[in-house]
Design a protein around this ligand. Structure first.
Ligand code: ADE
Length: 247
């Protein structure tokens, strides 16, 4: 998969060199290219923002540098058509489902903005020719879209074939489709069997697969109802069994 990021803070994306995403790049599974938006300005101060039409606080990112940057990046991969992901608190929520969809794409371009966002005409211009998605990573406002890009790239990269050592690793992820669909993952334990007087739940060392599966599901239900009752509300009743109702 190819990933391009256009930003005024290329150094903010340096974490894409480490850990899972860094390894995926080193293994040739991900081709990440970070571009400095200021390279596409032509004034002495490399200006990327200006005051908003209609007044109001803050600054808006100018359309010309974005246009030049996106034309350049798009030309470098033509005729392939990327999905363009625009991080913004005003976008549609980023979900595991969207991560899964994006993981099926060949090419993603991320356009993290600073200030009050990018001049709307940029979204319209590219939205007329490409699949442009405005995406929010949560109901809070960050200073820019770079951290959301790190979040989204990590969520997508770990779903690419060959990136996680064990193909089953994300089978039971919270939010993943499957037996635990729509439930959060329950607690996990490793060795030693006792730590500071706290024992690992007996069922997990019982070797009884049926009981272990039941326990895991009960714990997932408990955690979901404690932390995310909204997910239980939305749960398809057909996905619950009679033991769930008791739990
Ligand atoms: N930029 C600022 N806040 C953001 C958010 N919550 N999601 C995506 N991009 C953003």
């Amino acid at each position: 998969m190819r990933l391009d990021v256009v930003t005024i803070f290329p150094e903010y994306l340096e974490p894409l060199d480490v850990s899972l995403v860094g390894k995926a790049r080193a293994a040739g599974l991900l081709d990440v290219r970070v571009h400095d938006l200021r390279r596409f300005t032509h004034d002495r101060h490399h200006t990327v923002d200006d005051t908003p039409y209609g007044g109001g606080p803050g600054m808006v990112m100018k359309p010309e540098p974005w246009g030049e940057a996106l034309d350049t990046v798009l030309a470098s991969g033509a005729p392939a058509k990327p999905v363009i992901v625009v991080p913004t608190p005003s976008g549609r929520p980023f979900t595991q489902d969207l991560a899964q969809r994006l993981a099926g794409e060949e090419w993603l371009i991320f356009t993290p903005a600073r200030y009050e966002g990018i001049d709307r005409r940029v979204i319209e211009e590219y939205g007329a020719r490409f699949d442009v998605r405005e995406v929010s990573i949560g109901d809070y406002v960050l200073a820019g879209g770079e951290a959301p890009v790190l979040v989204m790239v990590e969520a997508v990269a770990r779903l690419l074939p060959g990136v996680l050592g064990n193909a089953d690793s994300h089978r039971d992820d919270s939010f993943a489709p499957g037996a635990m669909a729509g439930l959060l993952e329950g607690p996990v334990y490793t060795k030693p069997p006792e730590w500071r007087g706290r024992a690992v739940p007996e069922v997990l060392i019982s070797g009884h697969h049926g009981r272990i599966a039941r326990w895991r599901r009960d714990e997932a239900l408990r955690r979901t109802s404690d932390n995310r009752p909204d997910l239980i509300e939305r749960c398809d009743p057909a996905s619950l069994d009679k033991h769930d109702r008791a739990a």
